[in-house]
Design a protein around this ligand. Sequence first.
Ligand code: FES
Length: 285
Amino acid sequence: MSRRSGASRGYVGAIAGAFALSAAASVGLTVLYALGGQPQIEGGLIGVGLGSLALGFVWWGKHIPPAGPFVEEREPMASPTVERQTFEEDFARTEAAIPRRRFLGRMLLVALGALAAAAVFPIRSLGPKPGRSLFQTAWRRGSRLVTSEGAPVAATNLPVGGVLTVFPEGHTGAADSQTILVRVDLSTFQPLPGRESWSPDGYLAYSKICTHAGCPVGLYEQSSNSLFCPCHQSVFDVLEGAKPIGGPATRPLPQLPLEVGTDGFLRAQDDYSEPVGPGFWNEGP
Ligand code: FES
């Protein structure tokens, strides 16, 4: 028996050990993750899992296949006795290697299976499904408009050209419901078709969340009736349903339909005309 054969047998154990270590690290990672996780230890286990798997592959490729040099004679000739004996030994060694390879193959499957299970587990980290929450805000039919301090906004509060950030009553601070309220000169304003009743006394209300990347649209220029987003300079035309007229935003700011209640305070007729902020529903340029 050659020295090579003895050495490769020794490596079978080492390779199987590497695959077993990889499997153990992956199982440990899965268990640790299920128990709440610890980033440093998780990183270490991933390193051990992948590193020992790679080591097993390297050893397998380097030490298990038959080693050369292999020589092919040009002329057919009778095999001398020594050559026949060598061939028989090689053949026997190859036969003996088949169960070892099967064993290593199984260990490899165990390691890969454990690694795949550990990789699938973090899907749980994506959290609960958002459901309809992306399509709704806290605005409801009849919600009074209030300032960030919770004070209701009367229809007489803002002069023409005035601007105010408002929330639905009872939800001050609700990030998805922050709204910019602008009062425009009725003589310059023509409501969009279907929105004739949304802007009593020249009050227009739009979502404050930029449809480009979600920054707050907070700057109003009365002379051009434009709203500006400071992040990437998107500009929205207040008189045209807040459609974008500059910058990277491609979708108008959703409008909040308003009415004046019998108590003289501004109220929402309903939720916004569309989902707020940037999102998968964007049509793009
Ligand atoms: S977030 Fe408003 S322009 Fe980019």
